[in-house]
Every structure is written in structure tokens, then in C-alpha cells.
Design a protein around this ligand. Structure first.
Ligand code: JFZ
Length: 613
């Protein structure tokens, strides 16, 4: 037997160890990964994202030259012009011919990046490959890319990444990893190929061939050829979490600090990635505990359409942007450049006006945290350190602005855009009111800055009975502790979850005007792993222990009675709920708890849960 030199042996052992480690890491991650796919770098990377708040989304490709029309047929306004190949069932060969003529000679990367800066945007997400399968960069994986397939012969992603670097803008890429209407193994083309697959039915061999020979190699090209990537924006996520994790692993290995959006996995499942992605033009009704981003169209399409001129006004953009920031998220505003590389003129006007408002109010936007007051009737709020920024949309006729529940002393108050204008503040019995000038100094939002004696604290919300005497407890008024979180899911909507142990508690303050017996109804969803887990609910001296019912799947919600409570006296009470034991699966996805008054006819020796208070 040939004696192998020592180094060879060591190399072999090391190689085997690496393989072993990656297997265990991935299985271990798979275990945990199925919960989040997050990496240690995520929190750090989320810092720039949380600071940035405002990004430019760019949908640009061969569909931009068609501008919503093909062969005299139009993509209906309101439908996505970038979907023209599928909307009008353009055969692959014909679409490929059309792509041959894509030649955006008026493309100017610096001009695009400067437009983003004008508006106050801090990152740019460009479609490297959309559902049509065409690569908007020089790809060696296929010749179906802008350099090899068109007369343009330039790499717009290279030029954009360099322009972003020069201007200090984060360069990010969009990649349609599941949907590809050009590749015979991609999802979605049911007019050339029978690939209109779903979550359960798909041609595994064909799809995995597409993943191995196109999607993954192209993502590798983007992660190794365009410098630091701020984030990867996946879309129409993988139905199979394992496959989604393979894309996450690729990014963690090649660019560990690159963020991954919440559409790497499918939006109807437990979300993977580093932050939650709202549905298109989605806006949560209140603050979330998990960081999120919403993609927004400037008109009603992502790709350029010559038929869609329903542009948002600068005021509408500013209001929506501030609503997103005050609810703890980022605002990713889209542009659809034309096929010649020019950006529709109207967009410059909108971005200029948005940008001048953002510039004069920048302190109240970048790096701020979520509004602590819950939704405000007159506008929005953000926080930074011991400063509160109040965005007044509806200027009070009596020039008095009420701020409910502030539990810190206001040291100073002024207009943000003219801090020489000091505002008088009265604080009594938990109420804070600010005396305003007669006319609003700014439009569509005037910003006030209040300095408090330390980071602002706010009295927790109190839920009052509705017209039918019910007390509706949901995520908007919940106070979460430990790992319990207010979350969103496209299928599951707004709910509370991520609680795995007794320290992960949720509580509500309730004000009961009508004493009596109340039925407690919990509305939640739970998968097999959570079935039978115990939770404890306490209110008005009643202590209830219940077991979780299996509801079929996460986001399949059902209402379950959890017992009765007898509230003898009107007043404020605290209702708390938490898992009884520790575990590593979520207790449930709780949508709401309702306390419903129950008509009871009293008989001798009567009592509920053996308590009466
Ligand atoms: C997808 C794409 O199909 C579309 O072309 C565009 O790129 C957009 C940003 O994303 O469309 C979606 C994705 C998700 C939802 C709706 C449309 N959603 O979650 O409701």
C-alpha cells in the first residue's frame, strides 16, 4: 500500500472535517433554519437597513420596451406591465426575439442613482432577473442576458453598482428565484411549458435542474461580481423551505452581511429571511415588533407602461412613507424606466418634491424607531433617543394637539424646521397637550420635535368594551414581553407569535364598565408541533390553563373557548397569557382574544372557576 505523505493525510482529514461541519451546520440550521434562517450578522446588517428607511425599487427589462403592449394587445391598466409575457401568453421564442431588440442607449447609471439621492433614498434594488428569465447583467450561465443577447453590449448592473459606490448608496439586487417563464424547468410558464405548478405539485427533476443550472449559478455571479450587495430581494418565494434555505446558505457563505428579504420562502408559510416583506403596496394598521419593508408602486405597475399615468402625488408618497416609518418599517418606492433607458419625466418632479420635504425633516426619519403611542388620530410619530417627532397631518382647529399617555416630562418642544419657534406644553393627569401656531408650517406633514427627560415612555393602551360589551384584544393593543412578537404574514395577517416559553408573555389592559360573567374566546392557529402545549391565562383573579388545539397549519385560524371569568366590579384589569412550559416551537399564532359578556341567571351556591371578586 502506497504510504501517503503526512500533509496529504492532514489535508484529507481537514477536508472531511469541513464536509462534516457543513453537514451538521446545515442539518442543525435546517432544524433552527426552519424557524428563521437568520445569521449572527443579520442584526448588525439590519442596522444600516433600519437607519435607511427609504429605498428605490427598479423594475427594468425587455418588458420595459414593450411598455404594456404587444401585437396591438395591451396589458390592462392595474395589471403588472412586467408580466406582459404571461398576461398576453407571448411564446418564449417570440419574447426572445423581442429581447434581441432591447437596446437602452439612453441608460445613465449616475443619473438614476442621483435621482434616488434627490428623493432621500439610501438603497437601490434593481431587477437582475425578473419572472421573464432575462438577465439584466453579464451572465456566463446563459447567453440570454443583456450583454450577449442585445446590441447594448453594456452591463447596467455593473455601472449601477459603481455609481452607487460613488454616491454612498447601498446596491441591492432583485432575483426571481422560483418563477422563470423562459427556462423549461422554471415555475409559471403554462403556455409553452406545462409549468403552472403549485405548492404540492411540481416536476421535481425539471425544477431542480433549473435551480442547479440557472438560478443558483446566477445568484453566485451576482454575489461575486458586483461588490458588496446590501440585500437580496427574492420574490414569489419557494414553496419548499429546504430549497429556500439553499439560497439563504449560498448568500450566507458568499456575502454573510447581505440581508435577505422575507420572500425567499413562500409568503403563506413561516417566514424565512432577515426581515418581513409586506404584500405589494401593503401597509400594516399599526407598529410591528419584527422589522419589515413594503414595496410600493408609484403608479399601478412595476414595469413601465405607457398606458398607466396614475402617478401618486408627492404628498401621497410622503404620507405613505411616514406612515411606514412610524409603524416600524422601510418604504421601497418603485420606478419603471422606459425601454430606451430614460426615466419618465414626471418621476423627476415627484422625487424632487418628496426629497425637499425629506431633507428638511431628515432628523425625524433616518435611524428612528416605531411610534410608541399606537395609532394617533391627527398623524404619526417616531422616536430617537429622548426625542419624539410628531408628524401632524390634521392641524387641530383649536391649535391644541393632544398626546395621550406620555409618561415623561417634556423639557422642550419646537417646530423641527424652525426650532426658534418654541411651543408651550401643558402636562396634567397623564395628558400632554401642545399649543400650536395657527397655521401649519409645512405640507403635507408638519413635524414637531419634543425633548423628554430620558427616552419617552408611554402608558400602555387600555381596551374598552365595544357597543355589544365585548372586549376585543388584538395585536394593536397588546403589550409583548420576552420573545413574544407582533407579526405579519400575507396569509396569516397580523398576529402574535414567536413565544416558546413562560417568559414570553403577552398582556392587555382592559377597562370593564359592565361587571358580570365573561366568556373568553381565543382565535389562533397552530401546527402539529404546538398541539397539546399548555398556556396559562390570568385575568381578574381567574387563572385558566388550556391546551393548544391543532388547527391544520400555521395561519389556519379557529376560535376556541378558553373558559369564563366573573368580573364583579367595574374597573381596569390586566389579562396575561403565556406558554406554561419552555420549548423550541411557537405556542400558537394568536390573532385575538375576545371577552364576551354572558347572560347568567343566578341560582343558590353559584360561582365560576370557584372565584368571585
Ligand atoms: C411580485 C411580482 O410578481 C411583481 O412583478 C413585482 O415584482 C412585485 C414586486 O412582486 O408580485 C407580487 C408579489 C407578492 C404579492 C403580490 C404581488 N403579495 O404578497 O400580495
Amino acid at each position: 500500500m502506497i504510504k501517503k505523505p503526512l500533509t496529504m493525510k492532514i489535508k484529507l482529514i481537514c477536508f472531511l472535517l469541513v464536509i462534516l461541519a457543513s453537514c451538521t451546520r446545515s442539518t442543525e440550521k435546517k432544524e433552527v433554519g426552519l424557524i428563521s434562517g437568520k445569521s449572527p450578522d443579520t442584526e448588525q446588517s439590519l442596522e444600516w437597513f433600519r437607519e435607511a428607511k427609504f429605498g428605490m425599487f427598479i423594475h427594468w427589462g425587455p418588458y420595459s420596451r414593450l411598455a404594456g403592449e404587444w401585437n396591438g394587445k395591451q396589458v390592462p391598466v392595474g395589471k403588472n406591465a412586467e408580466w406582459i409575457m404571461k398576461e398576453l401568453k407571448i411564446p418564449v421564442d417570440e419574447y426572445r426575439e423581442l429581447a434581441h431588440e432591447f437596446n437602452p442607449v439612453r441608460f445613465d447609471a449616475k443619473k438614476w442613482v442621483r435621482l434616488a439621492k434627490t428623493a432621500g433614498m439610501k438603497y437601490i434594488v434593481i431587477t437582475a432577473k425578473h419572472h421573464d428569465g432575462f438577465a439584466m447583467y453579464k451572465s456566463d450561465v446563459t447567453s440570454y442576458d443583456i450583454v450577449d443577447w442585445t446590441p447594448f453590449k453594456r452591463d447596467p448592473l455593473k455601472e449601477l453598482s459603481e455609481a452607487c459606490k460613488e454616491e454612498g448608496i447601498k446596491f441591492c439586487v432583485y432575483y426571481s428565484h422560483r418563477e422563470d417563464w423562459d427556462h423549461p424547468g422554471g415555475y409559471g410558464n403554462n403556455w409553452d411549458y406545462d409549468n403552472d405548478w403549485g405548492s404540492s405539485f411540481y416536476d421535481k427533476e425539471k425544477f431542480e435542474k433549473y435551480l442547479e443550472e440557472k438560478a443558483k449559478p446566477q445568484l453566485r455571479e451576482l454575489l461575486t461580481g458586483y461588490g458588496p450587495i446590501g440585500l437580496v430581494w427574492f420574490d414569489r418565494g419557494m414553496y419548499n423551505p429546504e430549497q429556500a434555505l439553499e439560497f439563504i446558505d449560498l448568500i450566507r457563505d458568499l456575502q454573510p452581511s447581505a440581508l435577505i428579504n422575507g420572500r425567499v420562502g413562500h409568503y403563506d408559510q413561516e417566514f424565512l429571511g432577515d426581515y418581513q416583506s409586506m404584500g405589494d403596496n401593503g401597509m400594516p394598521p399599526g407598529g410591528l415588533d419584527e422589522y419589515w419593508e413594503t414595496p410600493i408602486t408609484l403608479n399601478r405597475t412595476w414595469g413601465f407602461s405607457k398606458f398607466d399615468t396614475l402617478w401618486k402625488s408627492p404628498e401621497a408618497v410622503i404620507l405613505q412613507f411616514v406612515a411606514a416609518v412610524s409603524r416600524g418599517g422601510n418604504y421601497l418606492l418603485n420606478i419603471g424606466p422606459k425601454g430606451d433607458g430614460e426615466i419618465p419625466e414626471v418621476i423627476f418632479g415627484i422625487f424632487e418634491k418628496v426629497g425637499s420635504w425629506v431633507e428638511r425633516n431628515a432628523e425625524s426619519i433616518y435611524g428612528t424607531s416605531v411610534n410608541p403611542f399606537g395609532e394617533l388620530p391627527w398623524g404619526y410619530c417616531t422616536v430617537k433617543g429622548s426625542k419624539l417627532y410628531l408628524f401632524v397631518r390634521d392641524w387641530p382647529a383649536d391649535k391644541e394637539l393632544d398626546l395621550p399617555g406620555l409618561q415623561k416630562t417634556v423639557i422642550s418642544a419646537s417646530l423641527l424646521t424652525d426650532q426658534s419657534v418654541k411651543l408651550r406644553v401643558r402636562q396634567a393627569e397623564g395628558k400632554t397637550s401642545i399649543e400650536l401656531p395657527s397655521v401649519p408650517p409645512d405640507q403635507p406633514l408638519s413635524v414637531l420635535v419634543l425633548e423628554t427627560n430620558g427616552p419617552p415612555e408611554v402608558a400602555p393602551p387600555v381596551v374598552i368594551q365595544d357597543a355589544s360589551g365585548n372586549l376585543e384584544l388584538n395585536y394593536l393593543t397588546a403589550i409583548t414581553h420576552g420573545g413574544a412578537m407582533k407579526r405579519f404574514n400575507r396569509k396569516g395577517g397580523f398576529h402574535i407569535s414567536k413565544w416558546t416559553g413562560p417568559e414570553d408573555t403577552v398582556e392587555w389592559n382592559i377597562n370593564v364598565k359592565v361587571p358580570g360573567v365573561y366568556k373568553i374566546i381565543t382565535d389562533y392557529s397552530a401546527n402539529r408541533e404546538s398541539e397539546g402545549k399548555s398556556f396559562e391565562l390570568t385575568v381578574a383573579g381567574s387563572h385558566i390553563e388550556e391546551q393548544v388545539n391543532y388547527t391544520g397549519d400555521w395561519f389556519e385560524y379557529y376560535k376556541f373557548p378558553a373558559g369564563y371569568v366573573n368580573i364583579n366590579n367595574p374597573g381596569e384589569y390586566k389579562l396575561t397569557i403565556h406558554p406554561k412550559e419552555s420549548g423550541n416551537t411557537f405556542l400558537m399564532h394568536l390573532r385575538s382574544i375576545t371577552l364576551e359578556p354572558v347572560e347568567v341567571t343566578k341560582k343558590g351556591g353559584w360561582g365560576i372557576n370557584g372565584t368571585g371578586n
